[in-house]
Design a protein around this ligand. Structure first.
Ligand SMILES: [Zn+2]
Length: 95
């Protein structure tokens, strides 16, 4: 899959508090805009960019709506969360 990296406005993950400064786009050539979905690279939380470039946690209702109305985007989000989860797991196992 083709991907592109972007610098984004500094924004803290609402779950783990780590500051994110970049995003990898899996299907766009433009930097993320308001409403774009992402997952925190540090904790895997599903997030979306808000109009100010900040990050909002997705509620269960948001996720259900995305799964229903944008199944391809939802599938990509789950894939990203799985990759991040595996990465975090591999770091924990290291001696
Ligand atoms: Zn996080």
């Amino acid at each position: 899959m083709e991907s592109e990296d972007f610098h984004v406005k500094l924004a803290a993950c609402p779950t783990c508090g780590k500051v994110l400064d970049g995003a990898m786009s899996l299907h766009h050539k433009e930097p993320p805009a308001a409403g774009c979905l992402t997952a925190c690279i540090y904790c895997g939380t599903a997030l979306k960019f808000d109009a100010e470039g900040g990050l909002q946690r997705l509620s269960d209702d948001d996720l259900a709506e995305i799964a229903l109305e944008h199944p391809a985007a939802f599938s990509l989000l789950l894939k990203a969360q799985n990759v991040i989860g595996s990465f975090l797991q591999s770091k924990r196992i290291k001696p």
